[in-house]
Design a protein around this ligand. Structure first.
Ligand SMILES: Nc1nc2c(ncn2[C@@H]2O[C@H](COP(=O)(O)OP(=O)(O)O)[C@@H](O)[C@H]2O)c(=O)[nH]1
Ligand SMILES: [Mg+2]
Length: 242
């Protein structure tokens, strides 16, 4: 996070991590479509076929909110990492300075091992950056729920119950579960930053108020709370994070 109190500006970095082809880029494309034109920047995707090391996507989102303490600006940069094994160093680079990570898993039974390998890779890369799974807010998305041959709901519910991270179910290609996962992630990121930097008193905005304003600025007409709570497992009713 970058925090400029004088300008009342907060910049947050979110990273979508996961195996190749799990739907990370598709999530960003859907997020781009589901958000208002004046709150989003250009979606940058770099899918080169040569051996360039730059190989990730980035979607910038921005908004202003009026708070008790005055106007504040939020900038969120959402990155994806390249899933292919050969891009290990790019993954670590992108992961650097992440405020929170969404792990995008592929729900297909046949992809179970690839998911597990990528999860291990995430753990290793965080460690190499001097961080641990425990201090980086994390949400898990099981994507491609629309496909046949996927792990059952009951299986995912059980997996979520045993783990501590919230699990979101999605079909990113249909835009389903995309905003939910994003807001679940943003909430966890914000709660951690709020706990560490006392944003509520420094910026005059409570976490729930922040999320509601973020949702409406981005063009979501429903309740932000409903988005954040649309998961199984994890800490209940938004007391996640920290
Ligand atoms: N059926 C289905 N296909 C998906 C879904 N999400 C992504 N895909 C497809 O999976 C492939 C890989 O997606 P992509 O976003 O490029 O994966 P990435 O490597 O994680 O960035 C593409 O053909 C997508 O259209 C989904 O929810 N359902
Ligand atoms: Mg991609």
């Amino acid at each position: 996070m970058q925090l400029n109190f004088a300008a009342r500006e907060v910049a947050i970095k979110l990273v979508y991590y996961g195996p190749a082809l799990s739907g990370k880029t598709t999530n960003l494309k859907a997020l781009h479509e589901l958000t208002k034109a004046d709150s989003r920047g250009r979606l940058m995707t770099l899918e080169t076929k040569d051996d360039r090391t730059l190989f990730f996507d980035m979607l910038p989102l921005v908004f202003k909110a009026e708070t008790e303490g005055g106007a504040m600006n939020l900038r969120v940069k959402v990155f994806t990492v390249p899933g292919q094994v050969v891009h290990a160093s790019t993954r670590r680079l992108v992961l650097q300075g992440a405020d929170a990570v969404a792990f995008i898993a592929d729900s297909q039974v046949a992809e179970t091992e690839n998911n597990a390998a990528s999860f291990l890779d995430l753990r290793t890369n965080l460690k190499e950056l001097g961080r641990s799974m425990r201090d980086v807010p994390l949400v898990i998305q099981f994507n491609k729920r629309d496909l046949p041959g996927v792990r059952t709901d009951a299986e995912l519910d059980e997996l979520a119950r045993r783990g501590k991270e919230p699990v979101f179910k999605a079909s990113a290609v249909h835009g389903q579960g995309v905003m939910e996962s994003f807001f679940g992630l943003l909430e966890r990121a914000w709660r951690k930053l709020d706990a560490e930097h006392d944003l509520r008193s420094k910026l005059g905005i409570q976490p729930d108020e922040f999320l509601a304003k973020a949702a409406s600025s981005l063009g979501y007409e429903g309740k932000a709370r409903m988005l954040c709570d649309a998961h199984v497992g994890g800490a209940r009713s938004g007391k996640a994070g920290a």
